[in-house]
Design a protein around this ligand. Structure first.
Ligand code: AMP
Ligand code: GLY
Length: 426
């Protein structure tokens, strides 16, 4: 098979690394990819939202399957674009159709869906320009802190958690009337705050049945002890110790199964990953958010724990035979530490030479913001999140120890990382 992966981050490098192991693979293409994916296949300089150029790449390279990494092309309907095209309609796309991607693309739709199918989530109400003043009374009816969420995609920045009711009301008005998050905050959700510890749960579904993947925990804040600004993710671990068999049974019964049933009920032919952003409130799972793709940085610890052939699983997704397919999981733990550029998530410099990547041991490097400088034949930084260092271990502590040993081997000017990944699980 010739496979095209859409995206350019560490998640896509991880998928490329895993797919590259498959005996079913002939040629691997990544659009646009990074310096890491370049070592595994052919990078195609096409942007993820340029569907016409993707179509051309699919035809030119005789692609047999397309795997979509990030949410934006899914929310913009890339799968539907394939289905409606006379040439592309028969090419399998891993990633949901636009209606399915709405679970991530509209938080209001996700809430409607969860309420309809009795999936546990925080109480909420949605407001727009016509009725946001009614939201003030709803804020007064809740206990602080108050959670305000932009309805649409906001690159992980659309959630505000505010302690003061007056400030929450001002923000609600400003998000809607001043379009703080552009079109994404034309509608805003006001939500009850849930207190607990978060985890990320993933399934692969063919729209009828599903396979549960290993769970993970990600670390979103830039600073040690989960402080400071939100980032695209500073590291992750898998498995998550508090995700016991009993807890995961509740997740399957109360969250996953009703979600799959709900999708069927809504006639949404969902083929791809579903990411459940959950919070454990006193032993009970609640859904904070759905995503229509694998997580990043969770992919960097979850995918390496899948022993089965990922292309075989994707074929089962496409053929609707997932029910008969088994997945084999590696019992070892994985830990991943993200190396980022000094200054990130604010302004940072690019173009720093990365050294030491050839000297690491017992770990896998998943590139995020890297490019290969053709003239010097050196790998350089090209983004805020630069590279994930993933290691295996008999348990989380051992995986973390090996990951951090290798973190010290890689260097570039302004290298920063969190030294406390997994701190809250020990
Ligand atoms: P989201 O973009 O929906 O993932 O939200 C970003 C982050 O805000 C989540 O990872 C949580 O840490 C936090 N969050 C969102 N909704 C709630 C809630 N209802 N209660 C507590 N924390 C929340
Ligand atoms: N790790 C959170 C996300 O991928 O959105």
């Amino acid at each position: 098979m010739n496979v095209l992966i859409i995206g350019s981050g560490a998640r896509e490098h991880t998928l490329a690394w895993k797919i590259n192991e498959s005996p079913k693979l002939d040629n691997l293409f990544i659009a646009p990819g990074n310096a890491g994916t370049r070592a595994l296949g052919t990078n195609i300089p096409v942007e993820v939202n340029n569907f016409q150029s993707i179509k051309q790449a699919v035809i030119e390279n005789d692609i047999d399957m397309v795997v979509i990494g990030p949410e934006v092309p899914l929310v913009h309907g890339i799968h539907d674009f394939f289905l409606q095209d006379k040439i592309l309609w028969n090419i399998p796309v891993i990633g949901p159709v636009q209606k399915g991607a709405m679970l991530e693309g509209s938080k209001d739709f996700a809430k409607f869906f969860m309420e309809k199918y009795h999936i546990p989530t925080a109480t909420h109400k949605t407001y727009d320009a016509h009725n946001f003043e009614e939201g003030f009374a709803f804020i007064d009816s809740l206990e602080p802190p108050y959670v305000l969420k932009a309805d649409g995609l906001a690159a992980g920045k659309g959630v505000l958690i505010i302690n003061d009711p007056g400030e929450a009301k001002n923000e609600l008005r400003a998000m809607i009337t001043e379009e703080r998050f552009g079109e994404a905050s034309a509608k805003v959700l006001v939500e009850e705050f849930l207190s607990g510890i978060e985890l990320s749960v993933f399934v692969l579904t063919d729209g009828n049945s599903y396979i549960l993947l290993p769970e993970a925990k990600d670390y979103k804040r830039i600073g040690e002890g989960d402080t400071g600004l939100n980032t695209g993710g500073m590291g992750s671990v898998s498995p998550v110790p508090f995700a016991t068999r009993e807890f995961m049974q509740k997740v399957e019964d109360r969250v996953i199964k009703p979600t799959i049933e709900g999708l069927k009920e809504e006639n949404i032919d969902y083929k791809g990953f579903i990411f459940f952003g959950l919070i454990n409130v006193k032993g009970d799972p609640y859904v904070i958010e759905y995503n229509c793709r694998m997580g990043d940085p969770e992919a960097e610890t979850v995918v390496p724990r899948i022993k089965s052939d990922l292309l075989e699983l994707f074929e089962a997704v496409n053929n609707g035979t997932l029910e008969k397919t088994k997945i084999e999981i590696d019992n070892r733990a994985t830990a991943s530490v993200m190396l980022v550029s000094e200054g990130y998530p604010k302004a940072y410099e690019k173009g720093k030479i990365i050294s030491g990547t050839g000297n690491v041991n017992n770990c896998v490097l998943f590139h995020a913001g890297t490019t290969m400088d053709i003239d010097s034949d050196k790998i350089k930084t090209s983004g805020g999140r630069v590279m994930a260092v993933t290691a295996y271990g008999a348990n989380m502590d051992e995986a973390l120890k090996t990951a951090y040993e290798n973190v010290d081997i890689i260097d570039f000017k302004g290298k920063y990382f969190r030294s406390d990944i997994g701190f809250d699980l020990k």
